[in-house]
Design a protein around this ligand. Structure first.
Ligand code: G6P
Length: 612
């Protein structure tokens, strides 16, 4: 979602801010803006479009800006269309206070009505602008920027990652957080604020993660943190461990392609030090303290959004079939408002790449409030879900920049497989039986590597179908969620309408859509329900649908039924989704490229959705 960066120190902040915004652009990107304080006055520029366009406009303005204090923002519209006026920063009436904000001010309507009555003039349709005017009101009373921000926020309902600067106090940046990620980058004679460490990791690796309800005042030489009620808070400085190279494209045309090809390594990283193949054991340090609770759990509830939710659906098959644990999988956005009965012996597993998805975080808090044990399966270290959960497992996929999630999904599945084996063993699965699983799981990265060595056919299929307007994806069992994920990938980045369906359920509706123009992707590995899926393929063929099969390398029957057969290595059926999804990621990618779409930054989507 929206990206935030701010700088105060001794260097020219403009290149630091523009570079940071570029790195944040993947999170949300319909408009961008910057505000600097120069010679005691604001210079601001904001407009719809990409950060590169903002940079060009800044250059074209002809002024050489050398300010040492500035803030920048990339926006993903929630309130008000993405145009120049609605872009951040927003200012108060006299243009003496500038704010950038991620999140939503839920009571902005009533605040705006009141302030308008009091004589404030609003320029935009955003909820954010009320913050600038509210702070203006409070500053008139307190004559202290930090106090004014705190007083203003006391009236605000909703979420914020907020950054405020003012010409009244041109030597500080005030920041505040509730529900939207924000961190301070600690430098030497300089300090940063950002919504994501990737924006500042070029300059410092020392960061302080703000918690909800915390406010900080940054100067060039230091910072102090407090609660919104002005109680001082001591914060720990933490070290960011990822490398800059991990958030660069490294020779690939797109981040998504790079991330698809990283999968042998990222899957391996998820297992490293955890999977003891010959001992047939799994060691997950982050679950040690809650393992007893997990063993005694009545059921697991998995909650997540988007691709992570699909991972949860595969996890349901793994945990139920292998570890014999009853599992329910819930959309976090539904779960949080459904008021579901939750018992203290429920274990709630929250899956999230970013660890910041607002709905997943809220679902987790709700489950925790009701007494369940809440655990996280998260990629971003130090993220909100990681910090607020009672235990969990990092997937160690490294930064994922492409908006369409790929490597995070296969790493989530890997971790779910690890948890499954750990639980199965603890519940009495024999070492011999478990060893079959650990050996097979250990082979998955090599199989993925092998698969990625020859992707020509996927490109041929993409060329053949790039102009179609509909796609159907079918799968059964643990590969039903793979069909859902394949369809999601395609619609996200190519804007082709695609539906994922359980193969046998097709005849209850989607079959009406099938004719000689309809491509139908069927995930059909040689497992216990292989023959059943072949029957479903026959149903498609009988209506002249064009079948693209994702099938095992040793499958000789499938050629007679499918127009295209994309081969995948065979593995244990419940680990199959880790491999089978990869050609679907590549197919979506290749079609999107063939259609000239912006693969890494698809329209309307955001990488990390921090509003509900
Ligand atoms: C957004 C992204 C999806 C992602 C979903 C959940 O919609 O575009 O790719 O799957 O959020 O994100 P999370 O970070 O919680 O996994």
């Amino acid at each position: 979602m929206c990206g935030i960066i701010g700088y105060i120190g001794h260097q020219n902040c403009v290149p630091i801010i523009l570079d940071g915004l570029q790195r944040l652009e993947y999170r949300g990107y319909d408009s961008a803006g910057i505000a600097l304080i120069e010679d005691g006055k604001f210079f601001g520029l904001k407009q719809a479009g990409k950060v590169s366009e903002l940079a060009a406009a800044l250059k074209a303005s002809g002024v050489s800006h050398t300010s040492c204090l500035g803030i920048g923002h990339t926006r993903w519209a929630t309130h008000g269309e993405p145009n120049d006026i609605n872009a951040h920063p927003h200012y108060d009436c006299r243009e003496e206070i500038a704010v950038i904000h991620n999140g939503i001010v839920e009571n902005f309507g009533s605040i705006k009505t009141r302030l308008t009555r009091q004589g404030h003039t609003f320029r935009s349709n955003t909820d954010t602008e009320v913050l600038a005017h509210l702070i203006e009101e409070m500053y008139a009373k307190s004559h202290d920027l930090c106090a004014a921000v705190r007083l203003a926020l006391a009236e605000v309902e909703g979420t914020y990652g907020l950054v405020v600067i003012s010409v009244h106090e041109p030597d500080k940046i005030i920041v505040a957080r509730k529900g939207s990620p924000l961190l301070i980058g600690v430098g030497d004679g300089e300090n940063f604020v950002a919504s994501d460490a990737s924006a500042i990791v070029d300059h410092t690796r020392q960061v302080v993660y703000l918690a909800d309800g915390e406010v900080a005042e940054l100067t060039a030489s230091g910072f102090r943190t407090m609660t919104i009620d002005d109680v001082a808070v001591e914060k720990e400085v933490e070290e960011v461990t990822f490398e800059l190279a991990q958030i660069e494209r490294g020779g690939y045309e797109h981040f998504m392609l790079k991330e698809i090809h990283e999968q042998p390594e990222t899957i391996r990283n998820g297992m490293r030090g955890r999977l003891q193949v010959e001992e047939a054991e799994v060691v997950l340090g982050g679950l040690r303290d809650v393992k007893e609770k997990m063993l005694n759990a009545r059921r697991f509830i998995i909650t997540a959004c988007g691709t992570s939710w699909h991972a949860g659906l595969v996890g349901e098959y793994m945990l139920e079939q292998i570890a014999k644990i009853p599992v329910e999988v819930e959309y976090a956005s539904e779960f949080r408002y459904r008021n579901p009965p939750i018992m203290p012996d429920d274990v709630v597993l929250c899956i999230s790449q970013s660890g910041e998805t607002a709905d997943t975080l809220a679902a987790m808090r709700e489950a925790k409030r009701k007494g369940a044990t809440v655990l996280g399966i998260v990629n971003v270290v130090g993220s909100s879900i990681a910090r607020e959960s009672q235990g969990g497992v990092y997937i160690h996929a490294g930064p994922e920049i492409g908006v369409a999630s790929t490597k995070a999904f296969t790493s989530q599945l890997t971790v779910l497989a690890l948890i499954t084996i750990m639980m199965a063993r603890a519940k009495g699965m024999s070492k011999e039986d478990a060893r079959v699983l650990t050996r097979e799981l250990a082979c998955v990265p090599d199989k993925v590597e092998h698969l990625l060595q020859n992707t020509d056919l996927v490109r041929t299929v993409a060329e053949e179908f790039k102009d179609t307007s509909n796609f159907l994806y079918l799968g059964r069992g643990a590969n039903f969620p793979v069909a859902l994920e394949g369809a999601l990938k395609l619609k996200e980045i190519s804007y082709i309408h695609a539906e994922g369906y359980p193969a046998a359920e097709m005849k209850h509706g989607p079959i009406a859509l099938i004719d000689e123009h309809m491509p139908v992707v069927v995930v059909v590995p040689k497992d216990a329900i292989y023959e059943k899926v072949l029957s479903n393929i026959q149903e498609v063929r009988a209506r002249k649908g064009r079948v693209i099969a994702i099938a095992n390398e040793d499958d000789t029957e499938i050629d007679k039924l499918a127009e295209f057969v994309i081969r995948v290595p065979r593995t244990y059926s419940y680990f199959g989704p880790i491999i089978n999804v990869i050609p679907l990621q590549l197919l979506a990618y290749s079609i999107a490229v063939a259609r000239g779409c912006n693969v890494d930054q698809p329209r309307n989507l955001a990488k990390s959705v921090t509003v509900e």
